[in-house]
Design a binder for this molecule. Structure first.
Ligand SMILES: N[C@@H](CCC(=O)N[C@@H](CS)C(=O)NCC(=O)O)C(=O)O
Length: 227
């Protein structure tokens, strides 16, 4: 069985992507959670991930150290990773790649800390452009492929790639067009998303870097973490 190395569920948005994909598709895996800053000085992730980053999938002799590469690796054996329709698949791959390489303002100004609720000090032009693009992209996918997921009637990798955005929308109260907001609710209600969220609330680790960065951009309204 493959092992998926991930970091803290509270913070690690990249880890969430393959984790929720494998969980929703019923692809068996063992989870190896290595918290940020664990172990002696130096990058502990380097002991199992060539880039020193998570997620990283180990499957027999194969080591796959990037979320998009993991999705493609899984797709070799599990066609359900991408939509079966060629046009929907092309759209899903494009949207996933856009997420993988873009949305810098959203990622830096609305860091994922699942248990927090934050009121942003302001939504500047770059962040607004990212939020608008998310709304546009999601509405396009839902309309074009009929929903309830982005590229059709099953959860695929493109939904996994935007799953961390659903937690960000919840944390920062980001406004989206109605179909996109309803999609966020559907994502947050998925059993695996609930499991991730509940586990994140129970984590006792606090990473100063992420906590401080988040509070640079907004005011803390609530902290639902229990540990
Ligand atoms: N492009 C990579 C990005 C992975 C990444 O940046 N992961 C973060 C955690 S969410 C990380 O491992 N950071 C290492 C560190 O902060 O020491 C992917 O898609 O997997």
């Amino acid at each position: 069985m493959p092992t998926l190395y991930i970091a803290n569920k509270s913070y690690s948005s990249w880890s969430l992507r393959p984790w929720v994909l494998m969980s929703e598709l019923g692809i068996p895996f063992e989870e190896a959670l290595v918290p940020f800053g664990a172990g002696p000085a130096g990058n502990t992730f380097r002991t199992f991930s060539p880039s020193g980053r998570v997620p990283c999938l180990h499957d027999g002799n194969a080591v796959v150290w990037d979320s998009l590469a993991i999705a493609e690796y899984l797709a070799d054996d599990h066609p359900a990773v991408w939509p079966s329709d060629r046009v929907a698949r092309a759209w899903a791959r494009s949207a996933s790649a856009e997420m993988h390489s873009g949305f810098a303002a959203l990622r830096s100004q609305c860091g994922m800390i699942c248990g927090l609720r934050i009121r942003l000090h302001e939504i500047g032009a770059a962040l607004k452009a990212d939020i608008d693009r998310i709304g546009e992209l999601w509405c396009e996918g839902l309309d074009r492929f009929g929903g309830p997921f982005l590229a059709g009637n099953t959860f695929t990798a493109v939904d996994a790639f935007f799953a961390p955005v659903a937690f960000r929308v919840q944390t920062y109260g980001l406004a989206l067009p109605d179909p996109a907001a309803a999609y966020v609710e559907r994502l947050l209600a998925l059993p695996s998303m609930r499991r991730w969220y509940d586990a994140s609330l129970a984590e006792s680790w606090r990473e100063d870097k992420y906590e401080r960065e988040t509070l640079c951009y907004g005011e803390l309204i609530d902290d639902f973490r229990t540990a």
